[in-house]
Design a protein around this ligand. Structure first.
Ligand code: ZN
Length: 714
């Protein structure tokens, strides 16, 4: 090619790149829907026949459907951080679900739109997208009240039903002044594990619960889009539908996501529907979630902030495009090598200790690694990724302010174990460890805590840096009624990842459970210092356990000051007032809670009905108390307080037989150490020494090593 021809080619390319194929839509409503963990090849819009998704099919028919859209990280928080900032993870600083915060100084899609006069609202369904992560930056309204079902639940599993999230976002849109431009973000978590679709999808997809969850998410999306239509908003809105990452489903040895960057984990659905759009079309070029921000700016006729990693999908793109993905998860959670990858829509290069290359045209399932032949794309992509400046940042303590605060509290005396940079194992050589991790979780859910703990200890002997196994061990030991050992296991996790907010909250919680109130209070302070979600609650509980009612009440009110509609904060206050003997104040806190639950049509929260029953019982309203305790046992059979409250109520009525039967029911419905100890303590109160001793003997035989912490089970 002559020099002139090259110049002409470049000039032409520039013209092509600039040519707009659509008009702009200033002030159009912007709707962004993210269905978590939805791999593209499990949607009919991408050729899948195993599920019906009428709402998404209809949306796709009027949209541009991108065939090769790539997520930047196969993890919820960092993927959404890339989506919202339009920056790659090492540019926006959010590399994992825990231990990283999105800095306030980073421009986000929401802050950009707010700056253009938009109202900005979001509603999310997973705790990992809590506002404490910084991801709510720029939103006027951010509904993230996602409550844990039980203490010590793995944070990735703390979710709420998408239908509830959708209703909350509808409520916000309905409250906006007519004609005001707005940006609405809806996040649904249905397809994320554990897969337990609601009816009718559970029945319709029996044996395929992941697809059932996708069908459920489709139905909720359909409700939302119908709402927009009913308000006359749909046709004039920019609607973008996507997922944050895919799901392994065992294809390369990973069931869920986070460790690998194979196509099933990073290829996501992406639909862009423009206002007034009638027909759709499909595009095969390489696209990325970081393109969404500039695309929205472009559609509005606005100039996107400088320095974004992606580019608008509305103009034609000249030249080759490579999308970047990474995961630090194997390194941070398992002590294995981190991974990065580049994809150009056809070839996919995975940068690992033993690098891989796949050709999606001939091998979409990535079964045939072409790296050995070292074809040209392998060499050029390897050079490109090696030359990228992708600094590794440690989780938790990367923020100097936080380090200072923690040091003042006596923490961070140790530096991170840091899973040293070199010679880390290749995740594909170690993936078998996941099977064992999963086996231990199955055993523990069936009550076989000893066997579960044995597997985890063995894994930790082989790989001491396996953070996930340490956290899992702490959870298993806690359920096994061994909070002191659970605390020690979590302390090891804290050493691996110092200052991780959820670990600090967990340590405070466990210290409380094992009766070490002083340590509980100091870990609660550390958790507050790092801005951990739930820090104020655990601080208040620790103060109450220390007998400092005034401080506990102050903290509960701080909790409500931060969020007046937080149900866990109202539970906290009701419990404190009850303990302080102020039944009227406790009752009015519960009434407030009931109104919140009714307004939001939300399921009861743990201990809500127990507290109601307890107060009613003290007021002498026994039949109402009985009904409340019953509701607690039905909604939370694993919470001993509902059962023991009921048993004590029966006993006080002279109905000893029913009291006995209630405690037996508890042991059969929730055969865990906590239930046995609670039953024994109830017999102590009822002065039935023989029954108490019998239950304790049985607990010792079933759960060797379990100890009754002697505190009321929380
Ligand atoms: Zn996710």
């Amino acid at each position: 090619m002559t020099r002139l021809r090259v110049l002409l080619f470049l000039a032409l390319a520039a013209v092509v790149a600039c040519r707009r194929e659509t008009s702009v839509f200033p002030n159009a409503p912007v709707i962004l829907i993210s269905v978590d963990t939805l791999r593209a090849d499990h949607l009919p819009a991408y050729g899948y026949g195993g599920v019906e998704t009428p709402a998404l099919d209809a949306l796709a028919r009027g949209a541009i459907v991108f065939e090769n859209a790539i997520s930047q990280v196969p993890l919820t928080l960092p993927s959404h951080a890339s989506l919202f900032t339009g920056l790659l993870p090492f540019q926006n600083g959010v590399r994992d679900n825990v231990g990283y915060r999105l800095g306030k100084e980073k421009a986000t899609l929401a802050s950009f739109l707010r700056g253009r006069g938009y109202s900005t609202g979001g509603a999310v369904s997973a705790f990992v997208l809590d506002h404490a992560t910084g991801v709510a930056s720029g939103f006027d309204f951010y509904e993230d009240r996602v409550e844990a079902r039980q203490s010590g639940q793995a944070i990735g599993e703390v979710e709420r039903a998408g239908a509830e999230t959708e209703r909350l976002l509808e409520g916000w849109i309905g409250s906006l002044p007519p004609g005001k431009p707005f940006f609405a973000f809806l996040h649904l978590y249905e397809p994320h594990a554990p897969y337990s679709p609601p009816q009718p999808f559970a029945a319709r997809y029996a044996g395929h619960p992941y697809d059932g969850e996708i069908a459920a998410a489709d139905s909720i999306t359909g409700t939302f889009l119908a709402f927009l239509r009913s308000k006359g908003l749909y046709d004039r809105a920019i609607v973008i539908f996507l997922s944050d990452h895919g799901e392994g489903l065992g294809d390369h040895g990973e069931d869920e996501h986070g460790i690998f960057l194979y196509r099933e984990a990073i290829r996501v659905p992406l639909f862009v529907k423009l206002p007034g759009s009638r027909g759709g079309r499909r595009e095969r070029r390489a696209t990325a979630l970081v393109d969404v921000f500039p695309t929205i700016a472009d559609a509005l006729g606005a100039k996107a902030p400088a320095g974004l990693a992606g580019s608008s999908l509305l103009g034609a793109v000249a030249g080759a495009r490579r999308t970047y993905s990474e995961t630090l998860y194997p390194r941070l959670h398992f002590g294995w090598s981190d991974l990065a990858s580049l994809a150009d829509g056809r070839f996919h290069y995975v940068h690992a200790p033993r690098p891989e290359l796949y050709d999606w045209d001939s091998d979409p399932a990535e079964r045939k690694d072409l790296a050995r032949e070292m074809p040209a794309p392998f060499r050029t992509m390897r050079i490109e990724i090696t030359a990228m400046d992708r600094p590794f940042t440690e989780p938790g303590i990367s923020d100097p302010e936080t380090v200072k605060k923690l040091a003042a509290l006596g923490y961070i005396s140790v530096t991170s174990a840091g899973s040293g940079r070199n010679n880390l194992p290749d995740p594909k050589d170690r993936i078998g460890a996941l099977t064992r991790l999963k086996e231990s979780s199955r055993l523990s859910s069936e009550g076989h805590f000893e066997q579960a703990a044995a597997i985890l200890r063995e894994l930790l002997r082989e790989s001491p840096a396996m953070l996930d196994a340490r956290e899992a061990l702490a959870r298993v030991l806690r359920q096994a009624g061994r909070p002191a050992e659970a605390f020690d296991a979590l302390l090891e996790a804290d050493r691996l990842a110092p200052g991780t907010p959820q670990i600090l909250v967990g340590l405070a919680d466990l210290a409380l459970e094992k009766g070490d109130v002083a340590r509980a209070r100091s870990y609660a302070m550390a958790a507050s210092a790092v801005g951990a979600a739930g820090a104020t609650e655990v601080s208040s509980e620790a103060a109450l356990a220390a007998g400092d009612v005034a401080q506990a009440r102050r903290l509960a009110k701080t909790c409500l000051g931060e969020d007046e509609q937080s149900r866990p904060c109202w539970i906290l206050l009701a419990n404190i007032e009850k303990e302080a003997g102020d039944l009227n104040a406790a009752w009015s806190a519960l009434e407030r809670l009931r109104r919140l639950s009714e307004q939001g049509r939300r399921a009861p929260i743990k201990n809500e009905e127990f507290l109601r029953g307890d107060i009613l019982g003290r007021m002498g309203k026994n039949s109402e108390a009985e009904a409340a305790f019953r509701r607690e046992t039905l909604a939370f059979p694993e919470n001993p307080r509902g059962w023991t409250g009921l048993a004590l109520l029966y006993a006080s009525d002279g109905r000893e037989r029913e009291a006995d039967r209630t405690l037996e029911d508890m042991l059969s419905k929730s055969p865990r150490p906590g239930s046995y100890f609670a039953a024994a303590r109830t017999y102590d109160v009822l002065r039935d020494a023989a029954a108490a001793a019998r239950v304790r003997r049985k607990a010792a035989a079933l759960f060797p090593g379990a100890r009754d912490p002697g505190l009321a089970a929380r």
